[in-house]
Design a binder for this molecule. Structure first.
Ligand SMILES: O=P(O)(O)OC[C@@H](O)[C@@H](O)c1c[nH]c2ccccc12
Length: 273
């Protein structure tokens, strides 16, 4: 069994328990107290490379990534230092995430929030909305096309945006791109944990222009981000590189400014000629 299958199995078990404890009606009631959702796609199409900064305490491949994990403080830093959106891991067993983290981030910032989890069931979409998410991650490798379509429709109905994640061109080929607004490529193979930072460019090169393109995982240098931007990537999703920094907000800002500077430089040279 691969790690992805293992995670999916645990997620299913936990889900049954939560469904018994917390009826959907209660979640729906909670959702009434949430503000209208913030759309993710326009937040990521800024004309510059957008950054989705992730709150990630641990991962199955790296173990504990960050011990000090004050969600309101970290969310505030990410916003203050220029993130366009925040991704919050909510999976407890492998990533030490929780829905409470999502809730705490919601109370603190007005940036679009992505619920980062292994979504297999419509219940989790209702849950995402109830805890203040604006968007959910849908991992294509976990879902057959019908399931993906249903979860996508359900999220849209609740006002949530979807980031649909693939890892390969063959996964992409199986998708019906018509309804998809935001497409992410995970550079990390969730079966083997191998990372290839150029994967997103390869996989997304033929998708229609209207789709927002996101490169995910293993990114940390300005070089990598400049390369991605020059190859048409709209946004990057970064967790570990920020979480390991003493001040994640400052790390984000440093990287963002360096990328901006490097992308602006060739134009200025051209103007000078
Ligand atoms: O911490 P990194 O290497 O910067 O990666 C962030 C994000 O891409 C990663 O957490 C992720 C991408 N897709 C996922 C699916 C499930 C769990 C986690 C992920």
């Amino acid at each position: 069994m691969t790690i992805l299958e293992q995670i999916a199995r645990t997620v299913r078990e936990r889900l049954e328990e939560r469904k018994r404890r917390v009826p959907v009606s209660l979640l729906e009631e909670r959702s009434h107290y949430q503000s209208p959702t913030l759309p993710l796609a326009p937040a990521l199409r800024t004309g510059e490379l957008a950054i989705i900064a992730e709150l990630k305490k641990a991962s199955p491949s790296k173990g504990i990534i960050r011990r000090e994990f004050n969600v309101p403080e970290l969310a505030r830093q990410y916003k203050w230092h220029g993130a366009q959106a925040i991704s919050v891991l909510t999976e407890p067993d492998y990533f030490q995430g929780s829905l409470e983290h999502l809730e705490a981030a919601r109370r603190t910032v007005d940036l679009p929030l992505l619920r980062k989890d292994f979504i297999l069931d419509p219940y989790q979409i209702v849950e995402a909305r109830a805890y203040g998410a604006d968007a959910v991650l849908l991992i294509a490798a976990l879902l057959d096309p019908v399931q993906l379509h249903e979860l996508h429709a359900m999220a849209t109905e609740l006002g949530l945006s979807c980031l649909v994640e693939v890892h390969s061109e063959s996964e992409l080929d199986r998708l019906d791109l018509d309804k998809i607004e935001i497409l992410g490529v995970n550079n990390r193979d969730l079966h083997t944990f191998e990372v290839d930072v150029n994967r997103a460019v390869q996989v997304l090169r033929h998708v229609p222009e209207r789709i927002v393109r996101v490169a995910e995982s293993g990114l940390r240098t300005a070089d990598e981000l400049v390369h991605l931007r020059r190859h048409g990537i709209d946004a990057v999703l970064i967790g570990e590189a920020f979480m390991r920094a003493p001040h994640p907000g400052e790390a984000l800002e440093r990287l963002r400014r360096e990328v901006q500077r490097r992308l602006a430089a060739p134009d200025m040279l051209r103007m000078a000629v």
